[in-house]
Design a protein around this ligand. Structure first.
Ligand SMILES: [Zn+2]
Length: 112
């Protein structure tokens, strides 16, 4: 049994928990401060921890977690070309880093 991750809050723990369940990796969510489960204690005191039950799952789980924690980029968005200076801009930006021209991503999506 190995500790995979310390979560920021219970929502994050729940998300990671159901994600790992989907991947068939048995986990346990533990709370660092067990005392806090007994009474009304502020949310922030409970740093939930994700534990991997089977050590052999650990590597797969940490790779998956890395993916999971990466900022999400909409796969429907493609990089776009600045209409003003012709610079190629990554899809997650909605303004040209070169000249500051803004583009509406919705239009961009429909065009491609
Ligand atoms: Zn530009």
């Amino acid at each position: 049994m190995k500790k995979l991750h310390v979560c920021l809050n219970e929502q994050e723990a729940d998300l990671i928990g159901s994600f790992m369940q989907k991947e068939d990796i048995p986990i346990e969510i533990r709370f660092k401060n067990l005392q806090s489960l007994r009474g009304p204690v502020p949310f922030v005191d409970t740093d939930p921890e994700i534990w991997i039950l089977n050590d052999e799952d650990f590597e797969k789980a940490s790779a998956l977690l890395k993916e999971f924690l990466k900022p999400q980029v909409d796969p429907n968005l493609k990089s776009w070309k600045c209409p003003n200076c012709g610079e190629q801009i990554e899809s997650q930006y909605d303004a040209c880093w070169h000249c500051g021209t803004e583009i509406k991503q919705e239009e961009n999506k429909n065009r491609s």
